[in-house]
Design a protein around this ligand. Structure first.
Ligand code: PEP
Ligand code: MG
Length: 887
């Protein structure tokens, strides 16, 4: 019989941390903690396979599951005492989800399950605390009704709020047992009104309802959205964890909290976390009450007058510190812990690798390598390359004036400016219009994920450092200020009251997630300094990688930035971008409009010194590093004006008739310009263009070599080649110019001529093309376009729909389609090297900065990747991880 249920508790467990896929992260780690002998309430995990079975079989349960659950419940009773459903010998349980990847806040939890009108009395008697028992019961009804019965959470909050207001209370803690009884009776009445049947009293029925709800929540829209954003497969399913209840709400010696073994914002090595006295788990995350600090040090730093756990419950605190150390050493990573103190006794409810900011990730990896806990290679592999983007986020210029209109917690670092929006849907909509927004909420919930994703930053008026907003923002690498209590959000009227001002949707604010400040208007920003831990990891990464990392840079400014990020040369200089400025565009247009070769050559002669100057500057900046310059690529009409008015204006400036310019524009019109007269086709129609560019390159190389003393070896790249004869034609012109310039300058110049591989035909005929090419550079933007037959300029309109409907998993223009386009790349690499074993291979499409694509390039044996300047650090790290065999 298949095993669907894995038990844990009492110092042993059926599973272990290795069983993450089967038991989910939470279940596997509960099992591991049990086996380590840590204080874990006994329980069991229903496997993810049962969940998969559930969905494959019309939401039914597999045979044998019910009996295994019964046996496991009995076992919990043996360890914890009590019998589930027995009012005479009470055993209550919690039911929680837990998938393979941690999905914070995405799935639902039910606590205190097993309570009913009868057992609540038993709980009161057993705990000698009637108030506690009734509070637990009302929490259970509230959670169960929301999660399992699908009733609106707000409905209960309203009843509760009214009850508090009637009695003149501010806090739930002021409610007495009788007050709670009144609320419970109102809850039950309301549920019966809504559903036409009473709240279920049978504990077994409650349990199976909860199990079904956890499974079903795997498919709820917010879980689906989260999976989409984080590329988690729907096929994994979630496990269900059922565990004996321990109570953090049994009075002033009870508490519940979360802790990180190191600071998740900064990475500092110090236990860090928050707790609430006399509360249950969800209270901390929901941010309903402002939590207290765990350590005295953190309390003093935060300037809080509420006692720390260290002061309040010293014994539980000491045990927590020792368990935290032990778990971090055991898992060799920073842990995120959930715990409950029941009448002074500490219980561990969860451990997992903690989410952290990129800054913290770097510090933790570097520190742990220093402590000898992990190797330097492991440290390099611990950093998510894409997360480095967070560090490249701007911070507020210290010299800028700050108009502070509110303060909250520094929940996630970095600064962001944007227009205020109050709902996640608005955030998404405005982002679609290309506008930057700050999502402003009282507190966020998992339903807000899509809006948080769309926003530049998140501001909440309630909630702590571990509130939903804070945790999710840090995970996404977005700036967040949480718990800005002095601000008032009026959702209904769409206003934000701040420092006596009324701000509305669309008003611009800036948040500083590092300082916890809300500022009026836009504020000057600075790019961060990349030193310290960042530099250490980069250095270790550079020591581990095989592939070189170059940059795509068209201007000296780009090239300088890329060099500062560690680029080892230029893999693609798109020369056309040099033609758009000021006088250049004029000369370019003259060239295009000219009817004769002489006319074109005259215009090109004006462009020559400008190009030469640009190239010389690039060679100097890259001092001795390889620079690949691509000949003109786009269709010529891109340089001409469109629309009558603009044509007339330009014609006047050029001193020709609008009619002539209009005719030329018309003549250059193409139905499908991306498959039209572009790339090497231009050089074949107008060799004089390629000749001018080659001359500019060689003269600049001679000039730069003379100036710097370093030899310059330019790499000239011919775009959009499909036939060897195309490359032969263009290469012959380049070689001729090289010879002439060498004679003229009396300088010998080494140079390479190569081609881009951006057409399937080029990949197929790579053997013969390699006869004429010193290098191949994979132009995977065009290669993806031409392999799929999907226009790269129009794809966004429907590829997102493809992704949402599960037709494709990833946009192939973002992450290389390894199966199709990848096969062509592999084929071309192999065939090219058959002809020329020393053929230099690189990639310069957008994929050159995408970690998954970089891993593919490593496997395929490319010599380098080339990406935009700001992705250079990401590529360096991803290339190292690929070389170390990660992923
Ligand atoms: C490519 O096609 O991948 C490429 C790098 O060239 P471009 O994007 O300029 O067409
Ligand atoms: Mg291209």
């Amino acid at each position: 019989m298949a095993k669907w249920v894995y038990g844990f508790g009492g110092g042993s467990a059926d599973g272990s941390a290795e069983d993450r896929a089967l038991l989910g992260g939470k279940g596997a780690n509960l099992a591991e903690m049990s086996s380590l002998g840590l204080p874990v309430p006994p329980g069991f995990t229903i496997t993810t396979e049962a969940c998969t079975w559930f969905f494959a079989n019309g939401n039914a349960y597999p045979e044998g599951l019910a009996a295994q659950v019964d046996a496991a419940l009995a076992r919990i009773g043996e360890i914890a005492g009590g019998r589930f459903g027995d009012a005479g010998d009470l055993l209550l349980v919690s039911v929680r989800s837990g998938s393979r990847a941690s999905m914070p806040g995405m799935m639902d939890t039910v606590l205190n399950l097993g309570l009913n009108d009868e057992t609540v009395a038993a709980l009161a008697a057993g705990s000698a605390d009637e108030r506690f028992a009734q509070d637990s019961y009302r929490r259970f009804i509230q959670m169960y009704s929301n999660v399992v019965l699908g009733l609106d959470h707000e409905m209960f909050e309203e009843i509760l709020e009214d009850a508090r207001a009637d009695r003149g209370y501010e806090q739930d803690t002021e409610m007495s047992a009788d007050d709670w009884k009144g609320v419970i009776s109102l809850y039950k009445g309301r549920i019966e009104e809504e559903l036409g049947r009473p709240f279920p009293q049978d504990p077994k029925e409650q349990l199976w309802g909860a199990i079904g709800a956890v499974f079903s929540s795997w498919m709820n829209p917010r879980a689906v959205t989260y999976r989409r954003i984080h590329n988690i497969s729907a096929s994994w399913g979630t496990a269900v964890n059922v565990q004996a209840m321990v109570f953090g709400n049994m009075g002033e010696t009870s508490a519940t909290g979360v802790a990180f073994t190191r600071n998740p914002s900064t990475g500092e090595k110090a236990l860090y976390g928050e707790f609430l006295v006399n509360a249950q788990g969800e209270d901390v995350v929901a941010g309903i009450r402002t939590p207290q600090n765990i350590t005295e040090k953190a309390r003093i730093e935060a300037g809080s007058d509420k006692p720390s756990l260290e002061k309040l419950m010293p014994q539980a605190f000491r045990e927590l510190v020792s368990i935290a150390d032990r778990l971090e050493g055991h898992y060799r990573d920073m842990q995120d812990l959930e715990f409950t103190v029941e009448k002074g006794k500490l219980w561990m409810l969860q451990t997992r690798s903690g989410k952290r900011t990129a800054k913290a990730a770097l510090r933790i990896a570097v520190d742990m390598a220093g402590e000898g806990l992990i190797s330097r290679e492991e440290a390099v592999c611990r950093i998510d390359p894409a997360s480095l983007d967070q560090l490249l986020h701007p911070t507020i210029d210290p010299k800028a004036e700050r108009q502070v209109i509110g303060r909250g917690l520094p929940a996630s670092p970095g600064a962001a400016t944007g227009e205020i929006v109050f709902s996640p849907d608005e955030a998404e909509e405005m982002k679609r219009q290309g506008r930057a927004v700050i999502l402003v909420r009282v507190e966020t919930s998992p339903e807000d994920i899509h809006g948080m994703h769309a926003a530049e930053g998140i501001l909440t008026t309630r909630g702590g450092m571990t509130s939903h907003a804070a945790v999710v923002a840090r995970g996404m690498g977005k700036p967040c200020v949480s718990g800005a209590g002095s601000l008032r959000v009026d959702q209904k009227n769409g206003t934000l009251l701040a420092a006596g001002k009324t701000l509305r949707k669309g008003d611009v604010i800036t948040i500083d997630g590092g300082a916890g400040q809300v500022l009026e208007g836009a504020v000057a920003m600075l790019r961060p300094e990349l030193s310290g831990d960042f530099a250490a990891i980069m250095e270790w990464a550079d020591g581990a990688r095989r592939m070189k990392v170059r940059t795509n840079a068209d201007t000296p400014a780009d090239a300088r930035v890329a060099r500062s990020f560690g680029a080892e040369g230029i893999g693609l200089c798109r020369t056309e971008h040099m033609f758009f400025e000021g006088e250049r565009i004029l000369a370019m247009r003259e060239m295009i409009v000219a009817d004769t070769e002489e006319g074109r050559r005259a215009a090109l002669a004006k462009l020559l010194p400008m190009q030469r100057g640009d190239f010389a500057e690039l060679f100097e900046i890259m001092a001795g590093l390889p620079v690949t310059i691509r000949l003109l690529d786009p269709p010529l009409h891109e340089f001409l004006p469109h629309g009558e008015e603009e044509i007339a204006e330009v014609a006047a400036a050029m001193g020709i008739s609008a009619e002539k310019l209009g005719q030329r524009t018309e003549a250059l019109h193409e139905f499908n310009p991306m498959l039209g007269h572009r790339g090497c086709r231009l050089a074949i129609s107008y060799p004089e263009i390629a000749e001018m560019q080659a001359r500019a390159i060689f003269e600049a190389a001679a000039e730069a070599a003379k100036k710097t003393g370093d030899p310059v070896v330019p790499e000239i790249m011919v775009p959009l080649v499909g036939l060897k004869s195309e490359l032969d034609f263009v290469k012959a012109r380049i070689d001729q110019v090289a010879k002439t310039v060498m004679e003229e300058t009396g300088t010998h110049i080494d140079y390479l001529v190569g081609t881009m591989i951006e057409l399937p035909r080029a990949a197929l005929r790579a053997r013969e093309i390699a006869q004429a090419a010193d290098f191949f550079s994979f132009g995977t933007n065009d290669l993806t376009q031409t392999t799929f037959g999907i226009s790269r300029d129009d794809a966004a309109n429907f590829l997102e729909t493809y992704r949402l409907r599960g037709v494709i998993e990833q946009d192939p223009f973002v992450s290389l389609d390894l199966e199709g386009v990848g096969e062509l790349v592999e084929m071309a690499a192999t065939r090219g090297r058959e002809t020329r074993p020393d053929l230099k291979l690189g990639i310069c499409g957008e994929h050159g900065g995408d970690p998954a694509s970089i891993a593919f390039c490593e496997k395929t044996g490319l010599d380098y990747v080339s990406c935009s300047p700001f992705r250079v650090p990401i590529a360096r790290l991803a290339a190292a991880q690929a070389a170390l065999g990660k992923g």
